[in-house]
Design a protein around this ligand. Structure first.
Ligand SMILES: CC(C)(COP(=O)(O)OP(=O)(O)OC[C@H]1O[C@@H](n2cnc3c(N)ncnc32)[C@H](O)[C@@H]1OP(=O)(O)O)[C@@H](O)C(=O)NCCC(=O)NCCS
Length: 196
């Protein structure tokens, strides 16, 4: 996949760099973040971050791994992915996390909106698949805002690396035609993306 950089009002989504290690550890070495993610251990070390960034930089066949940079602080405050891209079927998965200090200020919506826009309008996909763990209301609400629909539950789908608990996966999906990107949408500002 090409190296893509996406700019929104307050954020830049770009490839990881090795220099991001400390910011990634700051964000992910927090059980309040990692308990909602399937594959992030707790505690989360510099070695974990280095390994992940190396993996992300070397495995770009069917995925985009974006670090989310807050422009005003030039700091990586989270990450979002488009993964398991299947051009035959027009589908992909992927998720998002933000450093807890930066949650609740609309950055998640801004980054996820740019990600969806890129997946549908630039990659030409037609369906995005996501999910969340029980009680992750922030994630669920953010997804519903974009038009995601609840599609079912995969029981005991994951053993969380952070908590070691079995987690059901609450599956969600977004079809391009259901995507809330109409001109009058309150979300419109999240689609003012620029490709750098
Ligand atoms: C999920 C996450 C990416 C959302 O990003 P965020 O920047 O915190 O969310 P936003 O500020 O954009 O808010 C999105 C919506 O979530 C809801 N929300 C925000 N804070 C909330 C809270 N404390 N409780 C419940 N819902 C909340 C609101 O509906 C909000 O939309 P609104 O402000 O228009 O009403 C972020 O909270 C996060 O990283 N959480 C931990 C990791 C995670 O859960 N990742 C997703 C795994 S599926």
């Amino acid at each position: 996949m090409k190296n893509i950089k996406i700019e929104t009002e307050r954020l830049i989504l770009r490839e990881y760099k090795m220099e991001d290690i400390d910011d990634v550890v700051e964000g992910l070495n927090n059980i309040n973040v990692s308990k909602w993610l399937a594959n992030v251990p707790f505690p989360y070390t510099r070695e974990n971050a280095k390994e992940f960034i190396t993996y992300a930089l070397n495995n770009k066949i069917n995925s985009y791994n974006f670090a989310i940079v807050l422009k005003s602080e030039n700091k990586v405050i989270g990450a979002t992915q488009i993964s398991n891209i299947n051009f035959t079927h027009g589908t992909a998965g992927g998720g998002i996390w933000l450093n807890e200090k930066y949650q609740g200020r609309g950055y998640g919506t801004e980054a996820f909106g740019a990600r969806i826009n890129f997946a549908f309008n630039e990659l030409g996909l037609r369906r995005l698949e996501n999910g969340y763990f029980k009680d992750n209301e922030k994630s669920h609400k953010m997804q519903l805002k974009f038009g995601y629909k609840d599609e079912g539950i995969r029981r005991k789908r994951f053993i969380s690396k952070a908590t070691n608990k079995l987690e059901d996966e609450y599956i969600t999906g977004l079809l391009k035609e259901e995507w809330k990107n109409k001109k009058d949408s309150k979300l419109n500002k999240y689609y003012l993306v620029k490709y750098l």
